[in-house]
Design a protein around this ligand. Structure first.
Ligand code: A2P
Length: 305
């Protein structure tokens, strides 16, 4: 079994969680139901994934006490001005009284040109290309000022960020602001994007790192890397298991996404990698250079630097 990590709130976070990005409704429901049956107790979602309804339903239908499942959702860019209303809307879709962790999805507030003010909390049905960086006197420091207060409402047990760079974190950690320190920073991490410096910064500030796209996601060549395949065959496991366990061994939370029951199961098997193999996996990017799966254009822009 995998370890648990401790957030700066004292809450326990199961190291491996199920990612739900790009899982459509019925698949998302089945994936979450399967994962919970197999022993997962950490489910990672987001408003913009547009599947909070089936994700929440699967959690409620599981029969597992709510207190035993760690549930995360995220504030989308169009919702930065009114995070409490956005959280209310997420809770309503999930059918839950609270989430365990509420994350600012990106350090960028967006406006959607074709929506009226009152619609800012609505997640656009599809990405129509009309969203834009909000230039009208808003930035993620203001967003964090609002989000950090949400723990008091009881609607989330902890608050954190996602896709925050060291500079983004420094901006909200300025001592004179006296803001709550984020409990977590969820970022893209895999051997082709090891993020050592950012992880070290988070560790030094007691911010738990959560790794998304731990398998390099759909377009990556990572899963077929010959050196990775060699290590996997040595342990008689799949390459994905090696990648997940590499992340856990490095001390952070790992969020593999799958809607395939067999993969959901194999992704949840803990293995003990030797220090030499951990190092060999850390060195994989040296052959091909680093590779970011998530297009920085989606959310980070010049702020993510
Ligand atoms: P599927 O949902 O059909 O299993 P990441 O978490 O890095 O974003 O990767 C997710 C992608 O990797 C999805 O396309 C998912 O497809 C696939 N995937 C998940 N688990 C495994 C696995 N054990 N082996 C191979 N591919 C996997």
């Amino acid at each position: 079994t995998f370890p648990t990590l401790t957030l700066n709130t004292g809450a326990k976070l199961p190291a491996v969680g199920l990612g739900t990005w790009q899982s459509p409704d019925q698949e998302a429901y089945n994936a979450v139901a399967t994962a919970l049956k197999l022993g997962y107790r950490h489910i990672d979602g987001a408003a913009i994934y547009r599947n909070e309804v089936p994700v929440g339903k699967a959690i409620r239908d599981s029969g597992i006490p709510r207190s035993e499942i760690f549930v995360t959702t995220k504030l989308w860019g169009t919702q930065h001005r009114e995070p409490e209303k956005a959280l209310d809307a997420s809770l309503q879709r999930l059918g839950l009284d609270y989430v365990d962790l509420y994350l600012v999805h990106w350090p960028v507030a967006l406006k959607t040109n074709n929506l009226k003010d009152g619609d800012l909390l609505t997640i656009p049905v599809k990405d129509d290309g009309n969203r834009d960086v909000d230039l009208e006197g808003w930035d993620y420091v203001k967003t964090w000022e609002l989000v950090q207060k949400l723990v008091e409402t009881g609607k989330t047990k902890a608050v954190g960020v996602s896709n925050f760079s060291i500079n983004n974190l420094k901006a909200i950690l300025k001592p004179e602001l006296k803001f709550v320190v984020p409990a977590a920073n969820q970022i893209e991490v895999h051997p082709q994007l090891p993020q050592d410096e950012l992880i070290e910064f988070c560790n030094a500030h007691g911010i738990v790192v959560e790794a998304y796209c731990p398998l390099g996601s759909t377009t990556s060549t990572l899963l077929s890397d010959p050196d990775l395949l060699k290590i996997a065959s040595k342990y008689s496991v799949e390459p994905a298991q090696v990648l997940i366990n590499w992340g856990v061994a490095r001390g952070y939370s790992v969020l593999p996404k799958s809607v395939n029951p067999k993969r959901i199961e194999s992704n949840f098997k803990a293995i003990k990698l030797s220090p030499e193999d951990i190092q060999a996996i850390s060195d994989l990017h040296k052959k091909v250079g680093t590779h970011r799966y998530v297009d920085p254009k989606w959310g980070s822009f010049e702020a993510f630097a």
